[in-house]
Design a protein around this ligand. Structure first.
Ligand SMILES: Nc1ncnc2c1ncn2[C@@H]1O[C@H](COP(=O)(O)OP(=O)(O)O)[C@@H](O)[C@H]1O
Ligand SMILES: [Mg+2]
Length: 374
């Protein structure tokens, strides 16, 4: 798929922006702070309902405005769709498809798909486990948009279960009557059901991603691998592959953890506590890999994501936000060659020289909120 038109209202620094787009490569070039990333961030938002830079919507709305609107015309084969998201920080966001009446924001997932490379990706390798879980879950959702519903069910159940555990912990500490915990069993079942579904998808994803990540790393840094992706569940007993197995194992693990959970007042078992271990050779990348190796690893994960989505018939838009300036000449050329054939590639760079030659295409100059074709 590719985006044929992007339109913004009160998004980030843009009061308005209308940007026609084509297949192939488009580069947005301009000095820092001019609004290049803001443009591609908007495309990424349509694909994930989130930003790769911030965890809340508030900074995405232009300072002084109440709401932001991001709209895109999307071409998928013969089919053309118009998607629109209205961001209302502190209130429910709204969404529309083809100007018809409102749908839930998560119903637009799957219309725009992206794989986004950004300087922030280094945190995939060096950052907290939450970064890697988000990587997995965004890709799980890109492969299967209905998983957005499962993720939000899981988050909701987890929150409610934690609230219950917290009050149980408080009651215990203050020597009050111990709480009636029979409702906890019901929450265990809800948590295990959504959790097992999410886990099964994550495990399936890792199996599919592993050989692609290894291949991509070899292309970027020949002889530097191998890379291995290992899933580390928060509870060692949760090792199944089918949803049914995982459900039973989660129920058992929750039972075993219950006393400790009531003491601490928080859910200790489940996909929200799991870790994706990234190995380079025999060592974990985190804490051991060099800066350059970590970069290659992050890029390899993104390239593998791209290969996977494409192989499954969901060709995404590739977004490369300011990544070439971070790379040495060799990896820059390799990355550029690997992404050049993409159906649509959006690149941002501070200067023309940062855009590798094989990525010749349409250029826009971005300066002071104006986006002009050059
Ligand atoms: N919500 C907002 N309202 C107004 N301006 C914003 C908002 N968010 C970011 N900006 C401005 O956008 C600019 C950064 O744009 P960005 O696209 O990241 O730049 P770059 O071209 O370097 O990628 C900054 O000047 C920042 O002040
Ligand atoms: Mg930028």
């Amino acid at each position: 798929m590719h985006v044929t038109h992007l339109s913004l209202a009160d998004f980030r620094s843009y009061a308005r922006a209308e940007v026609p787009l084509e297949q192939g490569v488009t580069a947005f070039v301009g000095p820092n702070g001019q609004g290049k990333t803001n443009l591609v961030e908007a495309v990424g938002y349509l694909a994930t309902l989130g930003s790769h830079r911030v965890s809340s919507d508030a900074p995405l709305v232009r300072m002084g405005a109440e709401r932001a609107v991001v709209r895109a015309s999307v071409q998928q084969g013969e089919r053309r769709q118009l998607v629109e998201l209205e961001l209302n920080p502190g209130k429910a966001n709204r969404a529309r498809i083809n100007r018809s009446s409102q749908v839930r924001p998560r119903d637009v997932l799957g219309i725009v798909r992206t794989v986004l490379f950004a300087p922030e990706d280094l945190a995939l390798v060096k950052g907290d486990p939450g970064e890697r879980r988000r990587f997995l879950d965004e890709l799980v959702t890109a492969r299967s948009p209905r998983m957005a519903g499962v993720r939000s069910d899981y988050d909701r159940v987890l929150k409610q279960r934690n609230t219950l555990l917290k009050s149980a912990a408080l009651a215990r500490r203050h020597g009050g009557r111990s709480m009636d915990l029979s409702t906890l069993d019901v929450w265990d079942q809800h948590l295990a059901r959504a959790g097992a579904e999410l886990l099964a998808r994550r495990l399936d994803l890792i199996t599919a991603l592993q050989p692609l990540a290894d291949k991509a790393y070899e292309q970027l840094a020949p002889g530097g691998g191998p890379v291995a992706l290992e899933y580390r569940p928060s509870s060692p007993g949760v090792v199944g592959h089918s949803r049914e197995e995982l459900y039973e194992q989660l129920i058992t693990a929750l039972g075993e953890a219950r006393r400790q959970e009531i003491e601490r007042g928080v859910t200790l078992v489940g996909p929200h506590r799991d870790e994706l271990l990234l190995k380079l050779g025999r060592l974990p990348a985190k804490g051991y890999a060099s800066h350059g190796e970590s970069w290659s690893y992050a890029l390899a994960l993104r390239l593998a994501s791209y290969d996977l989505l494409r192989a499954e018939g969901n060709e995404p838009v590739l977004v490369l936000d300011d990544v070439f300036a971070e790379l040495d000449a060799r990896r820059r050329e390799r990355l550029a060659e690997l992404v050049a054939p993409g159906e649509q590639v959006l690149v941002t760079a501070a200067v023309d020289d940062d855009v590798p030659g094989v990525l010749a295409g349409v250029r826009y100059a971005v300066s002071d909120g104006a986006v002009e074709r050059v």
